[in-house]
Design a protein. Structure first.
Length: 151
């Protein structure tokens, strides 16, 4: 019993590691839907479909890869210029139809791409206006598909 009591503080100290856990978006298991769920989906000949689960919209590939997308007009954010928006840890980024992130989520808000350009905001805050959210403040810029600011 005496040795067991000495072991408890040691286990506590070992559990207080300084290393950071792997963020959810980098955890491969979190990027795929369960096989039992996947087999119930009807792709109707499409390579990817939008699915509502866990109180959010996701795009899902036939192999089960998934990515959360923004909600747009009570549905999944549509692809525009081959890209759709995602929000990870409160930041907006863009992914392609293969569900690969093309522009990392670093923006506080972003409009969809149109003719190779998108308006993005850094430093803007969401403000409730009735049942909708409005954006307040921040720095607005236009970017190209490489994430470079257009002057």
């Amino acid at each position: 019993m005496y040795h067991l009591l000495k072991l408890i503080p040691l286990l506590f100290l070992l559990s207080c590691s300084k290393s950071n856990p792997i963020p959810k978006e980098n955890n491969l298991a979190n990027n795929y839907v369960e096989a039992s769920f996947l087999e119930k989906l009807d792709f109707k000949g499409e390579e990817i479909i939008s699915v509502y689960m866990n109180n959010a919209f996701y795009y899902v590939r036939k192999d089960g890869k998934k990515i959360q997308t923004l909600t747009y007009d009570n549905g999944a954010d549509p692809f525009s210029d081959g890209l759709a928006r995602t929000k990870i840890n409160g930041k907006v980024g863009f992914f392609n139809t293969n569900l690969d992130i093309i522009l990392k989520p670093i923006y506080d808000f972003a409009f969809p791409f149109h003719d190779g350009e998108a308006e993005i905001c850094t430093g803007c805050k969401e403000k409730k206006a009735g049942e909708y959210n409005m954006l307040d403040g921040g720095k607005w810029q236009r970017i190209d598909r490489n994430g470079l600011v257009i002057e």
